[in-house]
Design a protein around this ligand. Structure first.
Ligand code: BEZ
Length: 389
């Protein structure tokens, strides 16, 4: 009985390998399932990621690992309650070769679960959910962006070094907000500070008024925040309108001011944030990327565009090593693990858990740019808590 089963499974594996090499020999296109938000508070982030991804593919003549790329797109609406159905559509109905997504941490965790169960390759081009490269990590799951812990932790060190003692945090109540604050608190309290109040509101709410009144009456030395996209625009404007900006310094994970400065105007001026990208790096690599992006889209790139571009680079590196055969997962992973990714943010490698090990910049808003002030944390590695790989 045991031998029959073993024989059958060897036979199935051999059939699958034959089928996959036949598909490759016929020059089948590579189906990339893009699951991103195209509506809602993160809509602009989804578009920038897709733009960046397409730019890299175009630079490679429309092919990765020798295969022409085609896209199947789903708008995930940053809605975790629809996430499992959405990702299953891509995997089971559309039979995509690789999943690329998404922005929202809650949606990304549903994607990671499906990727783990089905063995489909997943590249996360934004969502920082610590679990994706922590407890849910897997040999077929990669991230081109950051963990929520990383920018939070770096800012905790910065704010402690500035001598602030009492801080209030404010964010959306979901994985990204919670984990960003946790990272901040870990470093800030290690540096001698104290988080005296943790304020939050449900995602994607923007009714900040009562919380701003609470900050005014608590009178902390500083405020740390995680907001992004449309919510970040409104928060920065409301913080200034409430008269808090001139009295209580506001610090944030860099999403607070990335891709948002046109809309925030002078209310964002001078804000300090931490992130793995900035507008003024001035390296030949980044300048070439920014020029190509601006030419293609008539827009300035932001961190989301960089992460989309690097997701395509990671896919290209893995696919080149396996000559386009996504079935060769171990060889794909080994090639990506060895690679030094030539990112516009600066070169980086992936950790064992497949999260970028990267410099986190301290940036300051000057006009319409997030200018580099310095490196807040050099080659910062996410602790990958709970990852067994
Ligand atoms: C997140 O949900 O992980 C996230 C969303 C927007 C910006 C950064 C992180």
């Amino acid at each position: 009985m045991k031998n029959t089963r073993l024989g059958l499974s060897l036979f199935t594996t051999a059939l699958l390998a034959l089928a996959s090499s036949a598909t490759l020999a016929q020059g089948a296109k590579l189906k990339v399932g893009l699951m991103l938000p195209y509506t809602g508070t993160f809509a602009a982030l989804g578009t920038a990621i897709e733009n960046g991804f397409r730019l890299y593919v175009a630079e490679q003549g429309g092919k990765l690992g020798g295969r022409e790329v085609e896209f199947v797109k789903v708008d995930d609406e940053s809605d975790p309650s629809k996430a499992t159905d959405n990702v299953n559509k891509l995997v089971k109905r559309d039979n995509v070769d690789v999943l690329v997504g998404t922005v929202h941490s809650g949606v990304a965790m549903a994607m990671a679960k499906v990727a783990k169960d089905s063995g489909t390759l997943l590249i996360v081009p934004n969502a920082g959910a610590d679990a994706v490269t922590g407890a849910m990590c897997g040999p077929n799951i990669f991230r081109s962006s950051f963990s929520n812990w990383q920018p939070g932790y770096a800012m905790g060190e910065v704010v402690a070094k500035k001598g602030h003692k009492k801080v209030v945090t404010i964010t959306w109540k979901y994985a990204a907000g919670d984990e960003s604050v946790r990272g901040f608190k870990e470093a800030f309290e290690k540096g001698g500070g104290q988080v005296v109040k943790e304020l939050n509101l449900p995602f994607p709410g923007v009714e900040f008024q009562a919380l701003l009144t609470d900050i005014a009456s608590t009178r902390p030395d500083a405020v740390y925040t995680f907001f992004a996209g449309g919510g970040a625009v409104k928060f920065v404007k409301d913080y200034a309108a409430a008269g808090l900006k001139k009295n209580i310094p506001l610090y944030g994970a860099g999403f607070l001011t990335d891709g948002t400065l046109e809309a925030q105007g002078a209310d964002a001026d001078g804000l300090l944030t931490t992130l793995h990208y900035a507008d003024s790096l001035g390296t030949p690599r980044d300048s070439a990327f920014r020029l190509a992006y601006a030419k293609s889209y008539k827009l300035q790139p932001d961190v989301y565009a960089v992460q989309g571009y690097d997701a395509a680079q990671i896919l290209g590196i893995g696919l080149t090593a396996v000559k386009g055969d996504v079935g060769k997962k171990a060889e794909f992973a080994a090639a990506v693990q060895r690679a030094r990714i030539d990112s516009p943010r600066g070169p980086f490698m992936l950790s064992k858990a497949h999260n970028p090990v990267q410099d986190i910049y301290l940036r300051q808003v000057v006009g319409k740019e997030n200018k580099v002030v310095g490196v807040a944390s050099k080659a910062l590695t996410d602790p990958a808590r709970g990852c067994r790989m």
